[in-house]
Write a protein that binds this ligand. Structure first.
Ligand SMILES: Cc1cc2nc3c(=O)[nH]c(=O)nc-3n(C[C@H](O)[C@H](O)[C@H](O)COP(=O)(O)OP(=O)(O)OC[C@H]3O[C@@H](n4cnc5c(N)ncnc54)[C@H](O)[C@@H]3O)c2cc1C
Ligand code: FES
Length: 328
């Protein structure tokens, strides 16, 4: 997929550590079609090294711009918050991703922190299509100051009675009715009809794991749960373990150990070898690599059938089942 060069038309400070940018196409050009909930990859240069990260579009498809909303947590997000200003150009790819609204059941949107971005896009899109849409939205944040899009969310809830919004604040907040961490009891009370809904879940890994377990305990069928992970650190692998395969990086003349269950990307990085990546969760296609040997793919979302037939895999979502060789 070819890259797009967009221009920053507007920069909005959302909270003390979250910023949005509205990105515009060149004069006379149009933005590719997008579905609410999809993401793009953003490319930039850090200390002379090209780096990429995935960001969900917080804009809705009907907006004349693409908006990204980024929480400062590490290298690239801090760089963008420090440097990306109105008038600057930004190279992106996309849109990608299958975390999009399904037809049929009414949605229950569950998010925490920056995981609100796909929910905001989905809620606005659904309400633009049907002003009376039945949407339950439970968003968790550390404090009132950390609720991204707080004012816009309240306005949307005032305009659309079918949009039932609740924020759960982790830190104590006088007079706020829902405090602490989201619990199964809160879910039961705030969304008594949750079993009849499709549930969309996005947020930090521990939040997602806890909420997915609660939903299962409450009886939600697995096929009614849609998840979007923003990535998480992979568990450190014990590379000295006896049980390993060999992973040849043919073009580099390197051979590294890869453990059962370890992704090709993690194995290469553990040995000091880099493979280009952006999302690390098998969505964007930035880490495509041709592999020979027996592998297991956890995602093939951004691969064509011709690529799959030719042995192309996503290094961030592929594990080895034998010794393997890659065109790297
Ligand atoms: C499909 C997809 C969509 C995404 N959409 C968004 C989005 O809309 N807004 C957004 O802010 N980020 C989003 N991310 C996360 C984003 O791609 C980067 O991982 C994030 O900005 C951290 O990159 P960094 O270089 O700043 O931090 P790094 O230096 O790469 O990592 C710093 C640490 O922060 C952790 N981390 C990563 N993302 C988050 C997060 N969102 N909150 C808290 N800790 C985090 C990492 O696990 C790591 O331990 C998305 C990721 C994916 C895969
Ligand atoms: S880094 Fe996005 S698919 Fe692997």
């Amino acid at each position: 997929m070819s890259s797009l060069i967009l221009t920053v038309g507007e920069r909005l400070e959302e909270t003390h550590d979250v910023t949005s940018w509205r990105l515009l196409p060149a004069a006379g050009a149009t933005l590719p079609p997008v579905q609410a909930g999809q993401c793009i990859t953003v490319h930039c240069e850090l200390d002379g090294e090209p780096v990429s990260r995935a960001y969900t579009l917080s804009s809705a498809p009907q907006d004349p711009y693409w908006q990204i909303t980024i929480k400062e947590v590490g290298r690239v997000s801090a760089h963008l918050r420090q440097h990306l200003q109105v008038g600057d150009s930004l190279t992106v790819n996309g849109p990608f991703g299958e975390f999009v609204a399904r037809q049929g059941r009414a949605p229950l949107l569950l998010s925490a922190g920056s995981g609100i971005t796909p929910m905001w896009a989905m809620a606005r899109t659904a309400l633009a299509q049907d002003a009376n849409a039945d949407i339950r939205f439970i968003h968790s944040a550390r404090s009132e100051q950390d609720v991204i899009f707080a004012r816009d969310l309240s306005e949307l809830a005032l305009q659309h009675p079918g949009f039932r919004l609740v924020t759960v604040l982790e830190q104590s907040a006088p007079e706020h009715p829902w405090q602490g961490r989201l619990s199964a009891g809160m879910l039961r009370e705030l969304a008594p009809d949750l079993l009849s809904r499709d549930v969309y879940l996005c947020g930090p890994a521990p939040y997602m794991a806890a909420v997915a377990a609660m939903l299962a305990e409450l009886g939600l069928p697995a096929e009614q749960l849609l998840l979007e992970s923003f990535g998480q650190p992979e568990p450190a692998a014990e590379v000295s373990s006896e049980a390993h395969f060999w992973f040849d990086l043919a073009k580099r003349g390197k051979r590294v150990k890869i453990l059962p269950g370890q992704t090709l990307l993690a194995a290469a990085e553990a040995a000091g070898e880099s493979i280009p990546f952006a999302c690390r969760v098998g969505v964007c296609g930035a880490c495509k690599v041709t592999v020979f040997g027996e592998v297991e793919c956890q995602s093939t979302v951004s691969l064509t059938s011709a690529e799959i037939a030719a042995g192309v895999v996503l290094a961030c979502a592929c594990t080895a089942r034998s010794d393997i060789r890659a065109e790297l």
